[in-house]
Design a protein around this ligand. Structure first.
Ligand code: URA
Length: 243
């Protein structure tokens, strides 16, 4: 059956305004459907065939949107938080009007590649153990990271609560009193990277996610900025995420 949705919902999903603003725009005669002014917010639209214009500009409907954010430290990966600022506050229009959520959270003090989407299935699958989407982190570690740590991580380090992690690939970039590493993990437990290092007696002092699947953080994105992911970039995250 052809997909259909309400006119106000379509405009809202495309970030044209809040639900209330969109309703006002429709009432004010600013919206045309197939060439005629439409004043009913509940008018059903078949996006594959209907043409919608707002102020005589076409509104191209995409069911799902995927954004890459370069997350700065100090923001919680959530839609709202009682205490701290959240990543959604960093969004500007039209994205700030969309009903997005985080696919694969980062800790408040972690930086780097974060994906925001309105596709719940995608967000869910990103974390699903069966999908094993690899995530690559760059970190600074207080203490000397050793070849022995590499072996322990490759075999599956055991966390303080007894959980045995899946094998992870540790690359040592600098081994000194402060070390620098890259780590690829295939799951996303709470504070996973930090807890893996705590399990070998070391402390993460800086953490940045640099890659999800084969999709790398775009280094030209300023902290807090977002860009829309193309179909090609999405494909790099891996098949079967409900895209
Ligand atoms: N592991 C952590 O410890 N924190 C993150 O934010 C992501 C992975």
């Amino acid at each position: 059956m052809a997909e259909k949705l309400r006119l106000d919902k379509l405009l809202g999903n495309m970030g044209m305004g809040t639900r209330k603003e969109v309703k006002q725009m429709i009432k004010a005669g600013m919206v045309k459907v197939n060439g005629s002014v439409e004043k009913k917010a509940e008018r059903l639209i078949y996006p594959a065939q209907d043409e919608v214009l707002l102020n005589n500009q076409p509104v191209c409907y995409e069911k799902y949107i995927y954004l890459m954010m370069n997350k700065p430290a100090g923001y919680v990966s959530a839609n709202e938080d009682k205490r701290d600022p959240v990543v959604m506050e960093l969004l500007e229009e039209p994205y700030s009007n969309m009903e997005l959520f985080v696919a694969g959270r980062l800790d408040k003090d972690t930086e780097g590649l974060l994906i925001l989407t309105n596709n719940g299935k995608f967000a869910h699958n990103m974390l699903a153990p069966k999908k094993h989407v690899p995530k690559t982190y760059y970190a600074k570690i207080a203490g000397r990271v050793t070849e022995e740590d590499k072996v322990i991580f490759a075999e599956g380090v055991t966390l303080e609560d007894g959980y045995q992690c899946m094998p992870a690939e540790l690359s040592i970039l600098v081994s000194d009193e402060e070390s620098e590493i890259q780590l690829i993990i295939h799951e996303g437990k709470f504070h996973q990277v930090k807890r893996m290092f705590e399990a070998v007696g070391k402390h993460v002092t800086y953490l940045q996610r640099v890659q999800i699947g084969a999709l790398e953080l775009d280094r030209s994105l300023e902290e807090g900025a977002v860009k829309i992911l193309s179909a090609e970039e999405l494909a790099l995250i891996g098949a079967d995420l409900g895209i």
